[in-house]
Design a protein around this ligand. Structure first.
Ligand SMILES: Cc1cc2nc3c(=O)[nH]c(=O)nc-3n(C[C@H](O)[C@H](O)[C@H](O)COP(=O)(O)OP(=O)(O)OC[C@H]3O[C@@H](n4cnc5c(N)ncnc54)[C@H](O)[C@@H]3O)c2cc1C
Length: 227
């Protein structure tokens, strides 16, 4: 169990906020992983003061970043929204569903729906330092607000911001690459099922696709995609 304290927050858009924490001691995680964020002092106030949230920062960064969508208005989200500088939080049960390919020369296609792009900020910041030679395309599907858009646009990657209507064609275009790419997809379950279907239609084999489902995420918060 790691302890962190809040050092600041940024309003991204709508009900989406990014929180910057500093850990006490070392916090170990791999790029693209998530942790269980926990407020033990809330156990008497409501039943589940814990949520799985992806790291938006990379392991070597000075600050630990999390981005949350508060739109459900649940007690957990309202508590998080009210945090002030110095607030304390715990993180445990760190794990992940996304794994970088062993071969750094293998192209990587990252596909995020809405706030599902957060683990890719972690991965991209890690790659920039440790694997700058890996060719990367990032496809971000959203409804008009592109989280971390300026930072991604300044990176040496192929960065595609798309809406629902352009997603299938964009995926077909980025899938036309040699050697064959590895595909990492993150977002709501509805986004994942539509996107995987698009990738299959573009001839991508299932064993080249990894998914990270943001289970429980309010569905309006991301881009549900119907193939
Ligand atoms: C691997 C992973 C990474 C995530 N990363 C982020 C992130 O970076 N930012 C972010 O805002 N959210 C993220 N989420 C979603 C987050 O954990 C919360 O579920 C979400 O923020 C909604 O919380 P809530 O308090 O608004 O709603 P909740 O009160 O948690 O519930 C909303 C609805 O979803 C259901 N539900 C909740 N959790 C689960 C679950 N684990 N499995 C199935 N159903 C469930 C509830 O029964 C309810 O119907 C992630 C989830 C996972 C699994």
């Amino acid at each position: 169990m790691a302890r962190l304290h809040l050092i600041g927050s940024t309003h991204e858009y709508g009900d989406v906020f990014t929180y910057r924490f500093r850990p006490q001691g070392t916090l170990s995680f791999a790029p693209g992983e998530y942790g269980h964020l926990f407020f033990p002092q809330l156990l008497r106030r409501f039943t589940k003061p814990v949520r799985e949230i992806s790291f938006a920062s990379a392991p070597g960064d000075d600050e630990v970043w999390f981005t949350l969508d508060h739109s459900s208005g649940s007690p957990f989200q309202e508590h998080f929204r009210s945090l002030t500088e110095g607030a304390r939080m715990q993180v445990f049960g760190i794990g992940g569903h996304l794994k970088l390919p062993e071969d750094p020369a293998r192209p990587l296609v990252l596909v995020g729906g809405g706030i599902g792009v957060t683990p890719f900020r972690s991965i991209l910041r890690h790659l920039r330092v440790h694997q700058p030679q890996t060719p990367v395309a990032l496809v971000h599907a959203a409804r008009g607000d592109y989280l971390f858009g300026e930072e991604f646009a300044a990176m040496p990657i192929a960065y595609h911001r798309v809406g629902r209507a352009e997603l299938a064609d964009t995926l077909a275009a980025v899938a036309d690459v040699e050697p064959p790419a590895a595909y990492l997809v993150a977002g709501s379950e509805a986004f994942l099922s539509g996107t995987v279907e698009h990738l299959r239609n573009a001839g991508v084999p299932d064993d080249a696709i990894q998914t990270d489902a943001f289970k429980g995420l309010h569905d309006d918060a991301t881009t549900a995609v119907t193939p």
